[in-house]
Design a protein around this ligand. Structure first.
Ligand SMILES: NC(=O)c1ccc[n+]([C@@H]2O[C@H](COP(=O)([O-])OP(=O)(O)OC[C@H]3O[C@@H](n4cnc5c(N)ncnc54)[C@H](OP(=O)(O)O)[C@@H]3O)[C@@H](O)[C@H]2O)c1
Length: 245
């Protein structure tokens, strides 16, 4: 992989980790892969836009994170599983001196996470559920009994700033959010996004599934911090302008 910005360089695996390392302290970054026309799925899944470089960046962002935050729609569609110590992410985390596993926090207004799913039953770092008080109390209790840490943030809707604060209070300060579009929209609207790490796949898809499915209250301004390239795939790091937060 080569860095085009800020300073041109060839990056090996260690260099890629350093290219995505955050300074100490709380931060929320969002990672997506999109086609040139902004499509985020082929036949309903992101894999059709993937590439070896995108999978490496995905692993690096998980390896550097304290917690992976994801909307329930994405967790269900993409078949999310808990991060295992002997997985590629687990091995990379060990190699860079981090605990081998990283917890996944699923955002669901309805507390719709299945307590019998591998995301719950196979978790070494317990999975978290980010939900709100209006979610079914029985489902919340069943998930807590299955070992899920249930965070109730907000009354009728998930209060994302409260959720980010609740994660940070548990030592989960550096958040990698893996979407999807509904969660990205809510996170931008709530002003909790610090960074967008967008992989741009050299493809045109024309899918109705896009980075943002609905219009934002106002355009969010972003600033390009880093640009990497491999096999025609662009790997961007944009910071969200403070005015947009
Ligand atoms: N290309 C990529 O990088 C990428 C990344 C992610 C996803 N995707 C694609 O996006 C599609 C999924 O889209 P999606 O819009 O359904 O994704 P999503 O945002 O992950 O899921 C929507 C669901 O998550 C919960 N949710 C999201 N934001 C919430 C909020 N602020 N408060 C409370 N609950 C919230 C709700 O779950 P409940 O209904 O349970 O309350 C909502 O119905 C899939 O096709 C996936 O492949 C692509």
């Amino acid at each position: 992989m080569r860095r085009l910005l800020p300073a041109p360089a060839e990056l090996d695996d260690d260099g890629l980790v350093e290219a995505y390392r955050l300074p100490e302290g709380p931060a929320l970054r969002v990672n997506f892969v999109a086609s040139l026309d902004g499509s985020i799925a082929v036949d309903g899944k992101s894999a059709g836009l993937g590439s070896p470089g995108d999978r490496r960046v995905f692993r690096v962002l998980r390896a550097l994170a304290d917690v992976v935050l994801v909307g329930h729609g994405t967790a269900a569609t993409e078949g999310y599983r808990a991060v295992a110590p002997d997985s590629p992410v687990g091995r990379l985390r060990t190699a860079i001196g981090r605990p081998a596993t990283v917890p996944v926090a699923v955002v669901s207004r309805r507390a719709a996470l299945d307590p019998a799913s591998g995301l719950v039953t196979d978790a070494v770092s317990p999975t978290l559920l980010v939900t709100c008080a209006s979610a079914d109390a029985g489902r919340r209790t069943a998930l807590a009994e299955a070992g899920v840490e249930v965070l109730v943030c907000g009354d009728d809707d998930v209060d994302l700033p409260a959720a980010v604060a609740a994660l940070a209070a548990r030592g989960l300060e550096q958040v990698t959010c893996e979407g999807g579009p509904q969660l990205l929209h809510a996170a931008l609207t709530a002003g909790v996004v610090d960074e967008l790490d967008l992989t741009i796949a050299p493809a045109l898809v024309g899918s109705p599934q896009r980075l943002l499915g609905t219009v934002l209250p106002g355009p969010a301004g972003l600033e390009l911090r880093q640009l990497l390239e491999e096999d025609g795939v662009l790997f961007t790091r944009y910071s969200v302008a403070p005015g947009a937060r």
